[in-house]
Design a protein. Structure first.
Length: 425
């Protein structure tokens, strides 16, 4: 077998964590390829809820190797806290590996992130405040530090010293001794996890094992293809998995696009199908749409199939995992955006930024509970029709349907990738 990619097809928060957890049981490696602890991936098992930030979601299912890849940015403080919390909750983290090439998020990146947001005033992007942007800026500016640098604290101190002047000029007073002392403490905990993850990944691929690449955020937050500048600073689309983990495109077997049955967005930026009315409030309440990382209420709206068709193209999505279908159980009628008015011939991000208006088709609701369905055939007729409607409009099969947060609340349809997952229920 080879690599299955799991990526978010909307603005993040699609439920990638629970899909990765589900598919993990057929994989020997789960690897994060981009982003940092701005992500909040939730996995629920029985009465326990795990909130993963940078550690791959496969850790909960006990996957053999969980890789935090070269394309990620890692806050040592946040990683230590996450490893400790997982261990405290009985999750074995001994096989969580951090690429020595992953860049470090240091406290001054967080300061810079917050200062930049303050300066933007009303035009703030609504970042998660985790220092993601400034850490990626340092990476491309070639001034960053990497996880491998934690192995040589003398060199690391030297590199930090070289930056003090420039940071001071930007209003950031770096306390070198205190920063190095903190990093030394964190290094003790992290260094045993730091390794060449590229060699490990290829060893597993050569042995014919299944690898799951876990995306973070969503396609519409991608730094190039998203609704710029209201995006994150990493590559969130499927192509980012190759560049963020170090393997070639021919290894990829399937690209699973995770799609919420409606649309949400957290932070600033345009959102064509946003609902400011009772339906929006109902989606937020029923879907518990509050950010895992920041607790912010998420903006909610109807499913946008124009944006989804775009996500299918830019990612090469082969299968859809449709999540939170049950949230729609109480709606008498649903609207789905199938085209934009006034879109011109600009690319989708520019069309959205210029105020393209959604054109809706109405679809009847089902007004029945779906949470205990075990097979596609158990779903109410109108729920099945809603799924067929999506498939017809985007040309990709909906291979997984989740109707609740439990592992058992996932319907797997014929042809779904990672065969082992189907028998793992
Ligand atoms: P940053 O990634 O913290 O720089 O935030 C940039 C934008 O991406 C903001 O609009 C955030 O709300 C959004 N964002 C970042 N991570 C996530 C996520 O995991 N889910 C949803 N939105 C996110």
């Amino acid at each position: 077998m080879a690599v299955t990619l799991v990526i978010g097809a909307q603005w993040g928060d699609e439920g990638k964590g629970r899909v990765v957890d589900f598919l993990s049981r057929g994989a020997s490696v789960v690897a994060r390829f981009g982003g940092g602890s701005n992500a909040g991936h939730t996995v629920r098992v029985g009465d326990k809820t795990y909130k993963l930030r940078i550690v791959p979601s496969g850790v909960v299912a006990g996957v053999e190797h969980c890789i935090i890849g070269p394309g990620t940015v890692v806050s040592p403080a946040a990683l230590v806290a996450e490893l400790d919390t997982l261990e405290f909750n009985g999750v074995d983290t001994s096989r969580v590996w951090v690429s020595d090439l992953a860049h470090l998020i240091l406290p001054y990146h967080i300061e810079m992130d917050k200062a930049a947001e303050r300066e933007r005033g009303e035009d703030a992007l609504g970042t998660t405040g985790n220092g993601i942007g400034p850490a990626y800026v340092d990476r491309v500016a070639r001034t960053g530090l990497r996880a491998g640098d934690l192995l040589d604290l003398r060199r690391l101190r030297h590199a930090l010293f070289a930056r003090t002047h420039e940071l001071r000029a930007r209003g950031i007073a770096l306390d070198l001794d205190a920063t190095v002392a903190d990093l030394a403490r964190q290094a003790e905990r992290i260094v045993p996890h730091v390794r060449d993850t590229i060699a490990l990944l290829h060893e597993q691929l050569r042995a014919g094992r299944n690898v799951l690449a876990e995306g973070a955020q969503g396609s519409l937050l991608d730094v190039t293809f998203g609704t710029y500048p209201y995006v994150t600073s990493s590559v969130t689309v499927a192509g980012g998995a190759c560049a963020g983990l170090g393997f070639g495109p021919k290894e990829v077997d399937a690209v699973v696009g995770v799609v919420k049955a409606y649309q949400t967005r957290v932070g600033g930026g345009p959102f064509p199908t946003e609902l400011q009315d009772h339906d929006g409030a109902e989606l937020r309440k029923r879907g518990a749409e509050f950010g895992v990382v920041t607790g912010r209420p998420r903006r909610c709206g109807w499913l946008d199939l124009v944006a989804l068709r775009y996500a299918v193209q830019i990612n090469g999505i082969t299968h859809i995992a449709l999540t939170k279908l049950d949230v729609l159980d109480t709606f008498y009628q649903l609207s789905v955006c199938t085209s934009y008015e006034d879109a011109g011939d600009a690319s989708l991000p520019f069309a959205i930024a210029r105020g393209a208006r959604p054109v809706y088709e109405s679809v009847p609701g089902w007004l029945k509970t779906t949470v205990s369905a075990h097979a596609f055939e158990d779903l109410p007729y109108n729920a099945r029709e809603y799924i067929s409607f999506i498939e017809r409009h985007v040309g990709v099969p909906v291979s997984y349907v989740s109707i609740g947060p439990e592992r058992s609340q996932m319907i797997v349809r014929p042809g779904a990738p990672v065969a082992v997952a189907a028998s793992a229920r």
